[in-house]
Ligand binder design. Structure first.
Ligand SMILES: Cc1cc2nc3c(=O)[nH]c(=O)nc-3n(C[C@H](O)[C@H](O)[C@H](O)COP(=O)(O)OP(=O)(O)OC[C@H]3O[C@@H](n4cnc5c(N)ncnc54)[C@H](O)[C@@H]3O)c2cc1C
Length: 434
C-alpha cells in the first residue's frame, strides 16, 4: 500500500494539498547520488543536487514528509536548543564558527528557497520570539542576544512591556526576538520541496524502504525489496525514524539518538477578535522552559502547540487538556477554546544536545540529533550534505564530523527519556519560584 494512503492523521495532513504518489522502485537503476529518506534533509539534498544539473534518486519508505518533517510545529528557528553558539565554537574551533554561521542563517536559507522555488508552504517570515518564563531567564535572553549579535545575526531583546504588547499577555517577562524566523505548514513544505526537486530532474521513489546498503570500492548499492539504486555517493536522511521502519538498516546510526515522542495539538479557528488580541504579529513563539511552551498560528488561524509527556498512555487526549490549561493560563480568553486535532512524531534527541554529522564511508553522509530544532537546520544541512557527497571537504562546508557513538543502553534510554522531561519540569518549577 502506498505510504500516502496510510499517512498519519494531523492538521497538516487534513489541510495540505495532496501530492500525486510517486512510483515505488522496481528493478536496478543508477544515479549520481542516492538519498535515503524523504524528509526535509533528504528532499533539500535532492533539490540542491538537481539544481546543479545532477541526477539524484531518493528512496522514501512511506510517503514524502511521513516522518518528523510532515508532523512538526513548523517553527522556523535559526538556533539550537540548549547549545549556545559559543559552545559550538569551543568544541569545534574554526569549523564550529562556520557551523554557527550555517545555523544562524538557516531560517533565511529556508524562506529564500521557498520564495525562489515558489513553494506554497503557507510560509510566514514574521520572526521567532523566545519569551523568558522567569525574571532570571531574562539574563539568558540577554546572553543569547549578545552571542548571536557577535556572530552578525539580528537578535534583539524585548522588555516585559514590549513582550506583553507583542504576545497580548503579561504571562512572560520579556525575551529574545529573531526577525529571520517564522513558521510554515511543514507538510506543504515537504511536498513542495519534493515537487521542486522533481521539476529540476531528481527521481523520487515512495513506498520504497531501503533494506541494506553496501560499497564495492567504487559505488554504493542501496537495496529495496524490489530493486536497487547504485551511485558513487549516498546520503542517509532517516533521522529519528532510522530504526522505526527497517530496524536492521543502520543500527549503530539509529542508536546515536533517542527518538522522543513529541505531541501536537491544534485549536479550532480563532475569531478575528481573538487573533487581534493574541499574538497579532503572528510570530512563532517558544519560551525558555526546559519543557517548552510554544505556539504559532496556521494559515486558517488555528493555534498549533504541543509538548511531550512523561507517560504515553492516552497521550493525545491528555495533551489536549494540558494544552487547553496552558493556553488559558496565558490567555484567559482561550479558556473554552476547542482542540480539533492531535498527532505525534519522533524527535531525534542526542545526549549532549548537539547535532552530529557522520561520514559513513566514501562519499556517504548523514546527520542526526535535531533536538527539536530541525525545520530550518535540516533544510540548510541537506544542502551542505549534498556538497559533501560531491566531494567538498566537510570542514569547508562548516560541517563538524563526529564518530558515530551508539548509546550503550539505547532501549533503556528510550524508556527513561520521559523521566528527563519530568526533571526539566521540576527545574522549570523551581526556577519559577526564584
Ligand atoms: C512533533 C514534532 C514537533 C517538532 N517541531 C519543530 C519545530 O517547530 N521547529 C523545528 O525546528 N523542529 C521541529 N521538530 C523537528 C523537525 O521536525 C525535524 O528536525 C526535521 O523534520 C527532521 O527532518 P529529517 O528529514 O532529518 O527527518 P524526517 O523528517 O524524520 O525524515 C526521515 C524520513 O526517512 C524515512 N525513512 C526511514 N527509514 C527509511 C528507510 N529504511 N528507507 C527509506 N526511507 C526511510 C521516513 O519515512 C521519513 O520520511 C519537531 C519534530 C516533531 C516530531
Amino acid at each position: 500500500m502506498n505510504g500516502e494512503a496510510t499517512f498519519p492523521h494531523s492538521l497538516w495532513a487534513a489541510a495540505t494539498q495532496h501530492r500525486k504518489a510517486a512510483a515505488s522502485l522496481q528493478g536496478d537503476e543508477d544515479a549520481d547520488v542516492v538519498i535515503i529518506g524523504g524528509g526535509f534533509t533528504g528532499l533539500s539534498a535532492a533539490l540542491s543536487l538537481a539544481r546543479q544539473g545532477l541526477k539524484p534518486a531518493l528512496l522514501e519508505a512511506k510517503a514524502v514528509g511521513w516522518g518528523a518533517s510532515g508532523r512538526n510545529n513548523g517553527q522556523v528557528i535559526p538556533t539550537l536548543s540548549g547549545v549556545e553558539p559559543d559552545m559550538v565554537v569551543e568544541r569545534y574551533g574554526e569549523v564550529g564558527e562556520r557551523f554557527v554561521q550555517l545555523i544562524g542563517s538557516s531560517a533565511s536559507y529556508l524562506f529564500d528557497l521557498v520564495r525562489e522555488e515558489k513553494i506554497d508552504a503557507e510560509a510566514e517570515q514574521t520572526g521567532w520570539i523566545q519569551p523568558a518564563h522567569t525574571p532570571g531567564r531574562m539574563k539568558l535572553s540577554e546572553q543569547r542576544v549578545r552571542a548571536w549579535s557577535k556572530f552578525g545575526f539580528p537578535a534583539g531583546l524585548m522588555d516585559a512591556d514590549a513582550m506583553k504588547k507583542t504576545l497580548g499577555t503579561g504571562f512572560w517577562y520579556g525575551g529574545m526576538v529573531n526577525p529571520t524566523g517564522g513558521h510554515v505548514n511543514p507538510l506543504a513544505l515537504a511536498r513542495g520541496l519534493a515537487d521542486a526537486a522533481e521539476r529540476h530532474g531528481a527521481r523520487i521513489f515512495e513506498d520504497s524502504p531501503a533494506t541494506a546498503w553496501a560499497h564495492d570500492g567504487k559505488r554504493w548499492t542501496v537495496s529495496t525489496q524490489a530493486g536497487s539504486l547504485r551511485a558513487p555517493a549516498m546520503i542517509t536522511a532517516t533521522h529519528a525514524y532510522t530504526a522505526e521502519l527497517v530496524p536492521r538498516l543502520a543500527p549503530r546510526l539509529a542508536r546515536s539518538v533517542v527518538p522522543v515522542l513529541g505531541l501536537q495539538v491544534a485549536t479550532e479557528t480563532l475569531s478575528e477578535r481573538q487573533c487581534a488580541e493574541i499574538l497579532p504579529g503572528r510570530q512563532a513563539v517558544s519560551d525558555t522552559r526546559g519543557d517548552l511552551r510554544f505556539f504559532r498560528y496556521d494559515a486558517r488561524n488555528r493555534l498549533v502547540t504541543g509538548g511531550a509527556l512523561v507517560a504515553e498512555l492516552h497521550a493525545e487526549e491528555r495533551m489536549k487538556s494540558i494544552a487547553s490549561s496552558r493556553f488559558s493560563e496565558a490567555f484567559p480568553q482561550l479558556k473554552a477554546v476547542g482542540m480539533d486535532y492531535t498527532w505525534s512524531g519522533y524527535i531525534g534527541v542526542t545526549v549532549d544536545r548537539f547535532p552530529h554529522v557522520y561520514n559513513l564511508g566514501p562519499g556517504a553522509w548523514a546527520w542526526m540529533g535535531c533536538n527539536g530544532r530541525g525545520v530550518a537546520l535540516s533544510v540548510a544541512i541537506g544542502d551542505r550534505l549534498a556538497s559533501a557527497a560531491l566531494g567538498t571537504p566537510a570542514n569547508d562546508l562548516g560541517l563538524p564530523v563526529s564518530d558515530i557513538a551508539p548509546l550503550p543502553f539505547h532501549g533503556f534510554s528510550r524508556r527513561v527519556a520521559p523521566a528527563y522531561l519530568a526533571w526539566m519540569r521540576l527545574k522549570d518549577r523551581i526556577e519559577y519560584q526564584q
